[in-house]
Unconditional design. Structure first.
Length: 373
């Protein structure tokens, strides 16, 4: 495991196969931070039309003419679901030019690296596995974000026979997008990801289903499900299309993590029965503080603010316009409480602590009562 210092590379040609959330965010980020780069997108026509209209790609090709899109590229990113990416590997290996660097963005690496060793053994290109620990509950190019990789851990999994220069060149490109590069063996990546990314998803879905079942018996459950419950189950809204290949490709490691967690949960239950949880809470708090605060995780964090408002027409629009005038972007707005003829409470989500602090200051100056969530 190691961090790499980047080598700056400019004026390059990049092909992105799959211009969805991650691929589209790559395109947006490259255009923003390395604007002289020429980007070719490969996807279905409607996605490509959107990408061209947003000016995040320069050229477009449908998958049926993949060879044309890859032949001149210095870098090729395969940003499709892992099952599709594996099928594309032999084609890309044959099409890429000498010295081209090929990478993927898939969240399981063992199978991808096994296939890459086979198909790139005699290829002109160099394959380096990749996985950005960043994303969103919302899929598709419409949700793509040029800042998605800023302060995010971006894992690279070389096969071991690539030149250090090739790995450093890819690291250089990704560093310029704001990512923090970390090199891991594929098996180590999959084991850690099962614990810190895949297990939490299984737990969030299970907890949400458990309380949803309780709510069928008594609808007060979900009415009371605010605060901590909402935070713990935020990722439960992630679409299964994102997780299908992960659940198949990393099944054994996820099952192992679930089994281990069940044993620890049983231990916690026994401590609760004995009234002996104080040391567990203390250790949990210490460990929680050890999580780096300057890096993003798999799901982009939200910085929430509760705002009390009066009940009159246009109040939400006036708040949105007030913050927009100061270039503060609201990621999400939710009405938490409504008191007829009196007012209510809004939840505003921002993309950074700085934006939330600035918004709070502005709204309080206008007489709104605000609380950080």
């Amino acid at each position: 495991m190691q961090y790499l210092k980047p080598i700056i590379q400019m004026d390059i040609k990049i092909t992105v196969i799959g211009v969805g959330l991650i691929g589209g965010s790559l395109c947006r980020a490259i255009k923003k931070f390395i604007p002289q780069t020429k980007i070719t997108g490969v996807d279905q026509l409607d996605v490509l039309e959107f990408a061209l209209a947003e000016k995040i790609i320069d050229h477009s090709f449908i998958p049926e003419i993949l060879a044309e899109s890859c032949k001149d590229a210095d870098y090729i990113f395969i940003a499709t679901p892992s099952a599709v990416a594996v099928k594309l590997l032999p084609q890309v290996a044959k099409m890429c030019k000498n010295g081209a660097i090929v990478s993927d963005v898939c969240s399981i690496k063992n199978e991808m690296m096994r296939c890459a060793r086979e198909y790139f053994d005699k290829s002109n290109g160099i394959f380096i596995g990749g996985h950005p620990m960043a994303g969103s509950e919302k899929p598709g190019i419409e949700s793509s974000d040029p800042y998605l990789f800023e302060n995010a851990i971006y894992i690279l999994t070389p096969n071991g026979f690539e030149s250090q220069n090739a790995v450093k060149k890819l690291a250089s490109l990704l560093e310029k997008l704001g990512a923090h590069i970390l090199v891991l063996a594929a098996d180590e990546h999959d084991k850690i990801a099962a614990g810190v990314s895949h297990l939490p998803q299984m737990l969030a879905v299970t907890l949400m289903l458990y309380i949803a079942g309780k709510n069928e018996e008594n609808d007060i459950y979900l009415k009371m499900a605010a605060g901590g419950f909402r935070d713990m189950t935020r990722i439960a809204s992630s679409p299964f299309t994102i997780w299908r290949d992960i659940c198949i490709g990393n099944r054994a490691k996820i099952l192992a993590e679930i089994d281990c967690f069940m044993a620890v949960l049983t231990h916690t239950r026994n401590l609760l029965a004995k009234g002996d949880l104080e040391s567990s809470f203390a250790r949990s708090a210490r460990s929680r503080l050890a999580i780096p605060t300057d890096t993003r995780g798999f799901m982009t964090p939200h910085f929430d603010l509760s705002v009390d408002v009066q009940d009159h027409a246009g109040v939400i629009a006036s708040i949105a316009n007030l913050l927009a005038a100061e270039n503060i972007n609201i990621r999400d707005i939710e009405v938490l409480k409504v008191r007829e003829d009196e007012g209510g409470t809004l939840r505003l989500s921002f993309e950074s602590e700085q934006a939330r602090t600035q918004a709070k200051k502005i709204l309080q100056a206008r007489g709104h009562s605000c609380r950080e969530r």
